[in-house]
Design a protein around this ligand. Structure first.
Ligand code: B16
Ligand code: MG
Length: 217
């Protein structure tokens, strides 16, 4: 019986991956190496510190912790400039209608994002009021595929993990849902998200009726 939906943010409700990409690319440019859109795929759903390590590995650079902290901060400052200009037009297709559908059918709604900037994005796009609980990178200590972010979400909602469904665009997020004992819906392509019980190209293809049909017990 499904009682709650837990949503990832980047790639599920909004497309902030493009801003992460521009900001990381600017950093790679400064450091003098190339960083492609394909490289950027490796950073999706991954924390800021882990993303920087991957970027430096691509550039073949080894830096000390103080220098890494400085670079992560500089990337984040650029990223925050981009997301500060976001508005509701950047909500991904189908997301608002599905959130409304969940509300009207009395499903509880939580956010489960790795981002420390989630509140800025939710406030600027007008998504904040849809959430009964918000768990983001400021509230977690372990990154996906660790289930922490989703377990905290279920706890905040007061709903058992077996009654939760996670919506995710990253493989690590689907794995986190599995470890949390939750069902999951992959948003994207079955090639990368094949371990999810159900995969749809976007939330346009999603409705509470379809959800209940897919996860009827
Ligand atoms: P920040 P999600 C993730 O968001 C992004 O997919 C990932 O690319 C980013 O590095 C991570 O948030 C941390 O973001 O630097 O803003 O703290 O998909 O978990 O909503
Ligand atoms: Mg994501």
């Amino acid at each position: 019986d499904i009682k709650a939906c837990l949503f990832d943010l980047d790639g599920v409700l909004v497309d902030t991956a493009k801003y992460h990409y521009i900001a990381w690319k600017e950093l790679a440019d400064q450091l003098g190496f190339e960083f492609t859109e394909k490289d950027n795929e490796r950073l999706k759903g991954v924390s800021r510190a882990a993303s920087l390590n991957i970027l430096l590995e691509i550039g073949g650079l080894t830096l000390d912790d103080a220098e890494k902290a400085r670079l992560a901060e500089s990337k984040n400052n650029r990223y925050v400039e981009y997301i500060s200009a976001m508005d509701s037009s950047e909500i991904l297709p189908g997301a608002l209608a599905f959130l409304e559908d969940c509300r009207s059918q009395d499903l509880r709604i939580a956010l489960g994002s790795a981002s420390k900037n989630a509140m800025t994005i939710l406030n600027n796009t007008g998504l904040t009021p849809y959430f009964d609980a918000i768990i983001d990178g400021t509230k977690t200590s372990a990154a996906k595929p660790d289930p922490e972010v989703f377990l905290l979400g279920a706890e905040a909602l007061g709903i058992s993990p077996v009654n939760c469904v996670v919506f995710e665009d990253a493989e690590a997020g689907i794995e986190a849902a599995r470890r949390a004992g939750m069902a999951s819906v992959g948003i994207g392509s079955p090639e990368t998200l094949g371990t999810a019980a159900l995969v749809v190209p976007s939330l346009l293809e999603m409705s509470v009726a379809r959800l209940k049909e897919a996860f009827a017990s």
